[in-house]
Design a protein around this ligand. Sequence first.
Ligand code: SAM
Ligand code: SF4
Length: 468
Amino acid sequence: MKTPNMIDAKKRHHNKIEYTKYNKDIAKFGNGKKFFVRTYGCQMNEHDSEKIRGMLLSAGFIPADDILDADIIILNTCAIRENAHDKVFGFLGVLKHMKQSKDLLVGICGCMAQEEVVIKDILNKYKQVDFVCGTHNLDNLLSIIKEQIDTKKRQIEVLSYEGDIVEDIPVLRDSPYSAWVDIIYGCDKFCTYCIVPYTRGMQRSRRHEEIVSEVEELVKKGYKEVTLLGQNVNAYGKDLYSDYTLANLLSDVADTGIERLRFVTSHPWDFTDEMVDIIAKRDNIMPYIHLPLQSGSNKILKLMNRRYTKEEYLKLYNQIREKVKDSSITTDIIVGFPGETEEDFEETLSVVNECKFDGAFTFAYSPRENTPAARMEDAILEEVKMDRLHRLNEIINKYSNEANQRLLNKTVKCLVTSLSDKDKNKVCGYTENMKLVNIVGDKSLIGKIVNVKITDAKSFSLDGEYIK
Ligand code: SAM
Ligand code: SF4
């Protein structure tokens, strides 16, 4: 058994990263048994789940259409806020009942697996969990499962060191048109509220040749869109090269001819002029940027260790808006950080009123064990947090509605991704600006980039008609 420890998870040794290849030498022990993977959290977790499914498939397991048919269920978890924990622990209760009536293996992967407190709880209270695999050794998942099956003993293997970069892990992608591609793992920013630097380890970049060749393969397979992934994509290359940055990578990936290139998440501190220029220059780099603000108060930004001021954020924001034609910008904001006064919160509202974001993910601050903010004084009352969240959301929704209204009667390009859940005569797609459109049209449009005339605009989506 290997269990995590938050003191080791915080350490950074800057020369220990190994670049290795996935060990494909694994027995086909799945024997047609069915798997179900449930994902919580961010896009990085979505993509890790694609790897989990790919590895399971390579060992002879097959996907279950319904969770009730599964022989092995893996929860790929998120630790970013307490409610993410609650959801997983709640669902483990459901799985406990399922295990009473059938032979079922239950496993935990992802960020929660990296937390000392969670592993203690699993060891003491959640006997229904058969195996746990951490984020740094995901490539070893099949060995962990096989060991559990062979020995019938619970397996816990979580490492708290800077993970290696393992190439060629099998991937079962969710979409045949739009793909996630990792470019940088971990994070060294240590924002005081955030658990990611502990659960995902040191910031470490994939080699650019590997990234470009992965995208070239995707283009050959007919993929239309690629999203480059990392907790802080703008830091790409800093740990690996002296003169190769995200700007170079964006240019090289754009050269593969992929029709739509996106990237998430950006950190304002690492966003350079060259990056803005390349986004502005290349037609296949989509004019959509997710640029977390977190707070509009310099006092709170400093307490958060965000490394930029409100003024610097606004300068970058305006630079992007000026240079990148028809861009859309979304953000993340936390309310109720320790010490946030009504005046601090109003400063956040004032930045929101100035930026008029296309959309935002807004969060009430949630203390994470062992992070510096969890030890700060002046905690904000839950009802105050909720009141601020509500007031903020009203303004955010107003601007997102206005941004959508501006598209009314315009013709935009959409990548059609699926049938609409609600209406069989409609399909769904995304504009270049990452706006969701429900389009009158049939399933033959799925996988194509088509012209759509916008006929109605709401806060969270648009309606449109396919134009031949
Ligand atoms: N790396 C990205 C960045 O720097 O903005 C995003 C990381 S996190 C997966 C996504 C968002 O969750 C953050 O931008 C932040 O707004 C929010 N978040 C992180 N920790 C939080 C906490 N303890 N309480 C509330 N929200 C949190
Ligand atoms: Fe967390 Fe900050 Fe790193 Fe984003 S940049 S993952 S918020 S520590």
